[in-house]
Design a protein around this ligand. Sequence first.
Ligand code: SAM
Length: 354
Amino acid sequence: MPQKDEKLLTEPSACGIIQKSKVFFPVPRTGVHEENPMIDHYGRKITYLRLSVTELCNLRCRYCMPEDGVCKKRHEEMLTQEEMINAVRAAASLDIRKLRITGGEPLIKSNIVELCQEAAAVNGIEEVCLTTNGTLLPQLAVPLRQAGVSRLNISLDTLDPEKFRYITRVGKLSDAVSGIKAALGAGFDKIKINTVLIGGFNDAEIPALAALTQRYPVDVRFIELMPMYDSGDFGPDAFIPYTVVTDTLPELTPAPADGGVAKLYRLPDAKGNIGLISPVSAHFCTECNRIRITADGKIKPCLHSSDEISIKGLDYGQMLETLRTAILSKPRWHGELSYSERSRANRNMNQIGG
Ligand code: SAM
């Protein structure tokens, strides 16, 4: 096996942040900040929208999408930039404060910086975060930060170049590492490394991945592999619980919760936290505060449900009402999830956004 590539990561440098400057087309402000935070039928306050901006990706992660990519949909089937921004405005008017841009790979979208800038300018949106595989961050980290993205989640499942190529089918570890370096230098408020825990693939790398939090100001989050519709190549042994991390790292101590779904821990002398996310072994549906919109304009009230409500072609007012209805239809929990009881979402993760 080749040498680990972790030395490629460097210390961050300071970077001046340019304020939001320009909205690319006028965004009416009416209707924002209605006094009606959305509480669903189970008492959960919905404050977080995950917006997928494309199904396409420049990698082909084995647990996320099929090898031949996706059947590219017609342009007319996908949300336009204006519809995406209208959806964000509608969400903000229902008291959603946090927005995550995801995909597919959001950074392959040619208008991604403009989209983020417009989204960050929507009244009521307090935080724009973005999830990426990192490979295009060398060009885009600074423009995204300048556009108003404050937090990045960067996926990284291994520090081994051969294993990286295997899991992504086409990617180069050095591209992802260069992206993380670029992000560290671009002045984001927070950078999290997302690692999908895969038994027999990266469980032996838990100490090396966790140690990134001691060397760099990043959080590392281990996420249980979710049995999606077509996360094909993995047998039952790949689905390991988050407790593998606490068993492997007895030196972890609990860290204060930050309101997210991860259980937080810290290594001695670390600069960032270790987050453990357990959608399979210990679901957190009672704390779920999120709603998703796919790139083809389907609201998904629950990640693992087949329920979808379309907003494609709707105007702002119709979107607002549809979003309200969708939030009220959010199920209590996502149902049993295991190797044999797979997600009821009729999509792979690249078509939802994670
Ligand atoms: N392309 C971006 C990326 O790689 O982060 C954003 C989209 S990706 C669908 C978002 C997140 O979903 C990634 O962190 C990825 O690892 C995670 N993901 C995809 N399929 C998964 C699965 N079956 N189980 C757990 N996490 C998964």
